[in-house]
Design a protein around this ligand. Structure first.
Ligand code: ASN
Length: 321
């Protein structure tokens, strides 16, 4: 039997519905120690914290990373499973993918229905995550998300539905593999990047969605409140309204890196359009174009890049990969 470490962090997978139909937190995750997983692996469980995932912070994510590094150094675990709330699951998964230098499987999972609701998916997803962590083919693929019988890479996966159990999807790319009753099948290989291991929890990066008439003052807010970097979910292929440009210029003149992603959830930004606020002009000004990440992941990537003292040219390369 493989030796796995399980970290329970909270989220709906650890919650129950009360008599009024509201979902509330529990001290202990109900999937913990379930007899259904006893024969699957030799499992050690830790409960570093129990939080709804909207309460997750960079500090929590970094604490998880440190626990994983420490535990792996102390014991010869062959895989890690993390149970997590779904709202920010993709952020923790991606942060760990960016910063953890490990080849054993690291799998995140969660649930859309709490433990005592009809059709509860927590235990099912947990078992699927344990099975995937035990599979030899899950090694060396970066951090993975297992949900609803699919295996996704942390880089591409995102929560796409407020309540459906098939909420986790990888737009543009699809899952890396599928899980059946008897087997685990990988059909794609992820592109693995070299992790950067320094994390400065004090670095502040803001995220803003562009829209028509975007006010320059919203961008200036980040300068006035001492942010270290800004990610903008731009329009279409990577364009901004002219109304935003004075704010953008102020940030760039102050040396604050600005990373552009698209508010479209498919496709990659590029510096094509040569009109006021168009991608070409933004590129000439020094804005960094990202490679298809969504805004919340680009934010974490910029935090990690800045934590490792990457300068603008290196950040451009970091976001190109
Ligand atoms: N399904 C879930 O886990 C959602 C919950 N609000 C959380 O992220 O903690």
């Amino acid at each position: 039997m493989k030796k796995l470490l399980v970290l329970h962090t909270g989220g709906t997978i650890s919650m129950s519905e009360n008599t009024e139909g509201h979902v509330t937190t529990n001290e202990i995750n109900p999937v913990s120690d379930s007899s259904a997983v006893k024969n699957l692996a030799d499992i050690t469980e830790l409960n570093p914290f129990q939080v709804p995932s909207p309460h997750m912070t960079l500090h929590h994510m970094n604490a998880l990373r440190k626990i994983i590094i420490e535990q792996i150094n102390n014991d010869n675990y062959e895989g890690i499973v993390i149970t997590h709330g779904t709202d920010t699951l993709e952020e923790t998964a991606y942060f760990l993918d960016l910063t953890l230098n490990v080849s054993i499987p690291v799998i995140l999972t969660g649930a859309m229905r709490s433990s005592n609701e009809i059709g509860a998916d927590g235990l099912y997803n947990y078992i699927a995550a344990i099975r995937t962590a035990c599979d030899e083919h899950s090694k060396g693929k970066g951090v993975l998300v297992v949900f609803n019988d699919e295996i996704h890479s942390a880089t591409n996966v995102t929560k796409t539905h407020t309540s459906n159990t098939s909420t986790f999807q990888s737009p543009n790319y699809g899952p890396l593999g599928i899980i059946t009753k008897n087997n685990i099948y990988f059909h794609h290989l992820p592109v693995n990047n070299r992790p950067l291991v320094k994390v400065d929890e004090k670095i502040k990066v803001g995220l803003l969605t562009a829209h028509s008439d975007l006010d320059a003052e919203l961008l200036e807010f980040f300068l006035d409140h001492h942010y270290d970097g800004v990610v903008i979910e731009a329009l279409g292929q990577g364009n901004l309204p002219p109304s935003a440009l004075p704010g953008l210029d102020r940030l760039l003149n102050a040396g604050i890196p600005i990373v552009l992603v698209s508010r479209c959830f498919n496709g990659i930004v590029s510096n094509n359009y040569q009109y006021e606020g168009g991608g070409y002009e933004l590129g000439e000004k020094g804005v960094i174009f990202s490679n298809g990440l969504n805004g919340q992941k680009a934010r974490l990537k910029l935090i990690v890049g800045l934590s490792n003292q990457l300068e603008t040219v290196q950040l451009k390369e970091y976001f190109r990969k």
